[in-house]
Design a binder for this molecule. Structure first.
Ligand code: CAA
Ligand code: NAD
Length: 286
């Protein structure tokens, strides 16, 4: 199946990155956000990221201009009706995702394929909100989307072989390296990464080291580009808390349980880089 028009639900950290890579590869891309302000914020994040890519010599000014002209935004879910593929990247909440997909299921053409970028929910439970589980798959990108090469392609027991192939080929067409993952909470990467990140918060709680020493330890000792506490700030503590709750409910294993400190930080509005404060502070002069 040929994909021409792509819909992206959500223009937060992930949705804006996904829309950026789709537009850069020439797909006509329409982003749906809940308000014009949030849509504008998403577009300005895309402009900033493309500007950085130009600065780094990864993107030329001509293709940047072309990418911008293939991008549009809307606040109406129904405006995604003409899309061949819709990629959902909204908050990590099952009810919100199901509600959006059930509306889209009625609005979109029967051939359209739906994908979720969920970090921890199963694709099966999200696709149950639609009448097209055979045309529903997981397409899990990594943050920052324009830079990270991996995409996990997830096929459920109901996903058709043709849908999996179309989604896999689509990911490849974006310049990504797809891997196949079974439809288990956290797929491959988060199954391994999330317990590590949560353990870093427990280590901080228990006084194993300072935030700087925990991060430096993993950067210099293991060659990670970012220590776990800075990576948590980067992913978003609100999103990580939702992921941990979902994975803990699924597996009932302590390693997935959200540490109390993570919960308190989310309750205090310290979501990480996106809110200006998490384990570290962000913004001018910090
Ligand atoms: N577009 C294209 N390329 C870009 C770019 C952009 N907007 N911004 C940067 N780049 C390129 C740069 O050119 C550079 O490439 P080269 O090395 O070939 O020059 C590369 O990306 C790194 O750029 P920088 O040097 O500016 O960035 P950095 O060294 O500060 O690294 C980082 C930033 C890529 C974020 C790095 O710190 C990193 O990899 N951190 C870990 C990220 C990570 O683990 N992500 C996964 C999170 S978990 C997840 O996503 C799953 C989930 O469900 C929660
Ligand atoms: P975010 O909080 O940055 O953005 C979510 C956006 O979705 C917000 O702008 C919100 O206004 C919007 N939204 C909420 N309901 C909507 C709806 N019905 N229609 C359209 N937009 C809606 O979150 P994020 O970090 O971009 O995460 C989005 C999804 O991607 C989550 O499922 C998350 O688990 C997953 N994910 C996150 C990361 C990460 O590192 N943050 C990595 C991979 C996957």
């Amino acid at each position: 199946m040929k994909i021409g028009r792509v819909g992206v639900l959500g223009a937060g950290l992930m949705g804006s990155g996904i829309a950026e890579v789709c537009a850069k590869m020439g797909y006509e891309t329409v982003i749906r956000e809940v308000s014009d302000d949030l849509a504008k914020k998403g577009v300005s994040r895309i402009k900033g990221s493309m500007g950085k890519a130009v600065e780094k010599g990864k993107l030329e000014a001509g293709p940047r201009h072309a990418a911008r002209s293939t991008l549009s935004t809307t606040t109406r879910l129904e405006d995604l009706a003409g899309c061949d593929l819709v990629i959902e990247a909204i908050v990590e909440n099952l009810d919100a995702k199901k509600e959006a997909f059930s509306i889209l299921d009625r609005a979109c053409a029967p051939h359209a394929i739906f994908c979720s970028n969920t970090s921890s929910l199963t694709i099966t439970e999200i696709s149950a909100a639609t009448g097209r589980p055979d045309r529903f798959a997981g397409l899990h990108f990594f943050n920052p989307v324009p830079v990270m090469k991996l995409v996990e392609v997830v096929r459920t027991i109901a996903t058709s072989e043709a849908t999996e192939k179309t989604v896999f080929d689509f990911a490849t067409s974006l310049g990504k390296h797809p891997i196949r993952a079974h439809d288990n909470s956290g797929f491959v990467v988060n199954r391994l990464l999330v317990p590590y990140l949560l353990d870093a918060v427990r280590a901080l709680e228990e006084g194993v080291g300072t935030r700087e020493d925990i991060d430096k330890g993993m950067e210099l000792g293991c060659g990670h580009p970012m220590g776990p506490l800075r990576l948590l700030d980067f992913v978003g503590l609100d999103t990580t808390y939702a992921i941990a709750e979902i994975m803990f409910n699924e597996y009932r294993e302590k390693r997935f349980a959200p540490p109390p400190l993570l919960k308190r930080m989310v309750l205090a509005g310290r979501y990480g880089k996106k809110s200006g404060r998490g384990f570290y502070e962000y913004g001018e002069g910090r």
